[in-house]
Design a protein around this ligand. Sequence first.
Ligand code: GAR
Length: 207
Amino acid sequence: MLRVVVLVSGGGTNLQAIIDAVDNGEITNTEIVGVISNNKNAYALERAKAKGIPNQCISPKDYETRAEFNDALLHAVDEMKADLLVLAGFLVVIPEKMIEQYRNRIINIHPSLIPSFCGTGFYGLKVHEAALEKGVKVVGATVHFVDEGTDTGAIILQKAVAVEKGDTPELLQRRVMEQAEWKILPKAIDLIANDKLEMIDGKVWIK
Ligand code: GAR
């Protein structure tokens, strides 16, 4: 069984998609062993509680230095004996030590087709605002491994979504979630849990 820890900051709809996919068998060989939020008010924590999944808040605000927060975060995932860390709307920079220790065992969902609308400053609604501002007609979401850069790690899965006339950032965000994020994030976890991915020259392929 793949032991998954999900890291969240907000509403947790991607966490919910993972929980539902484990329940309905779309994700196999997987146990969600913990949920960590940096924000104590994140609704994602309620979703974990409702499901009886061990959950905790580890907030930078509760530590004097960033280094102490980083140590606490790493300690928490180590304690849970995580095989895979899933960043599901986790808006915290991952400590380098954690990236090294969990190399190719941390995945992130990003609400655009990387390399468009990604990197520093592109998160949440800002991504969709930028896409509408540019006038692109196709957007989407990406699941990728996490490396030292921002949204630069090897791409695992992507799914495209059409922009529609009259879209607002909120409408577009919702459509990208429904049509792309909630599908490809559970799918990526299932592929990893069942050893269906391989890395060739730094690029990820389905075996
Ligand atoms: C999702 O759209 C996710 O792709 C995005 O935050 C949202 C979290 O929603 N992540 C990023 O922008 C990371 N750069 P959720 O809490 O409902 O899953």
